[in-house]
Ligand binder design. Structure first.
Ligand SMILES: [Zn+2]
Length: 280
C-alpha cells in the first residue's frame, strides 16, 4: 500500500505551484440549474449565459457594472441607524442592525455615490436587499435625500436602483416619513430640471414602490422583477379573486402601463447613458 503513504519526507509545494481550486469557482443558475464559471457570470453582468436569469445583486456589483473602471466617490458612507422607538422583536433593533452589519459589511440598506458613467458624472443610490430585506428606514431615506441634494448641487442626473421589501417596521412611523421626504426632494430635483431614472429590480415592493421607485422621469425594470405594493396573497384575499398569471412581474407591470421599459442588465449602462443624454 505504499502509494497511500508518503515515502519521502519534507516534500514542500510552494504556494504558487499549488493547483488553484478557490471557493465559488462555479455558479449554478437557480432558474435553469445549469452551471457556468463565476468569472463568465460576472462578465455577463451577473446574468445567466444560458437562460438570461438576472441574479439578485447589491450595490457593490451595480457600482462595478455602472461606474467607469469602478471609480466612484461614496456619500455618507458611515451613516448608521439609531433606535428612536427602543424597538425589540425577537431581538433588539440595535442588536439586529449590528449583527447585519457584521454579516453584510454594509452600514444600512442603501449606498449612494457619484462617479463617471460613460464619461458622464451621475449620482446613484442603490439599495442592498441583504440588509434587513432592503427595508427603508430613516438612514435609507436620509441618504437618498442627501444624494438628491448632491445631484442638484453638482447638476448631475440621478439614478435610483431599488430592491426592497418596503418600510422598516422597527422604525414604524419614521420609516413612512421617508416616503414623503424622498418624494419632496425628487420634486426639487425636477424643479432644477435634472433627470431622474428609477430602476426597479427584483423585488421592489411596499413603501418603496409607493414613493421614490415610481417617481422617475423614466421608471424602468429588470426582466422578471417582482414589482408591487402589497403581496399577492393579501390582494387575493382582499378582492376575493384569483390573480392573473405573471401578476406583479415586470412584464405584466409594463403591459399595464406602470413602467416605461424593461432593460437587460447587460445593456443597462449604455441605455442609461443615452437616456440621460436625451433628457439633458
Ligand atoms: Zn439560467
Amino acid at each position: 500500500m505504499s502509494w497511500f503513504v508518503r515515502k519521502d519526507k519534507g516534500i514542500q509545494t510552494p504556494t504558487e505551484m499549488k493547483r488553484e481550486a478557490p471557493d465559488g469557482l462555479w455558479y449554478q443558475c437557480p432558474n435553469c440549474k445549469k452551471a457556468m464559471h463565476t468569472r463568465e457570470h460576472k462578465l455577463n453582468a451577473y446574468t445567466c449565459v444560458h437562460c438570461n436569469y438576472h441574479e439578485k445583486i447589491g450595490s457593490e456589483a451595480y457600482f462595478s457594472i455602472l461606474f467607469d473602471n469602478n471609480t466612484f466617490t461614496e456619500l455618507d458612507a458611515n451613516m448608521m441607524s439609531a433606535d428612536p422607538l427602543n424597538f425589540t422583536d425577537t431581538k433588539s433593533y440595535p442588536g439586529r442592525v449590528k449583527a447585519t452589519m457584521m454579516k453584510t459589511g454594509l452600514k444600512d440598506a442603501v449606498r449612494t455615490a457619484y462617479g463617471p458613467m460613460n464619461d458622464q458624472i451621475v449620482t446613484v443610490a442603490c439599495m442592498d436587499f441583504s440588509f434587513i430585506g432592503g427595508s427603508m428606514g430613516s438612514v435609507v431615506g436620509e441618504k437618498i435625500a442627501r444624494a438628491i441634494d448632491h445631484a442638484i448641487a453638482s447638476r448631475t442626473p440621478f439614478l435610483m436602483i431599488s430592491r426592497s421589501g418596503g418600510a422598516r417596521m422597527m422604525e414604524a412611523g419614521y420609516s413612512l416619513m421617508q416616503m414623503a421626504k424622498t418624494s419632496a426632494k425628487l420634486a426639487l430635483l425636477s424643479q432644477a430640471r435634472l433627470p431622474y431614472v428609477s430602476l426597479l429590480t427584483d423585488p421592489t415592493t411596499g413603501g418603496v414602490t409607493a414613493s421614490y421607485a415610481m417617481l422617475g422621469d423614466f421608471n424602468i425594470a429588470e426582466p422578471g422583477a417582482l414589482i408591487g405594493f402589497a403581496g399577492p396573497r393579501v390582494i387575493r384575499e382582499t378582492i376575493g379573486k384569483d390573480l392573473p398569471k405573471g401578476f406583479q412581474e415586470a412584464e405584466f407591470v409594463l403591459e399595464h402601463g406602470f413602467l416605461d421599459f424593461i432593460v437587460d442588465r447587460k445593456d443597462l449602462k449604455d441605455k442609461l447613458s443615452s437616456l440621460f443624454g436625451m433628457l439633458e
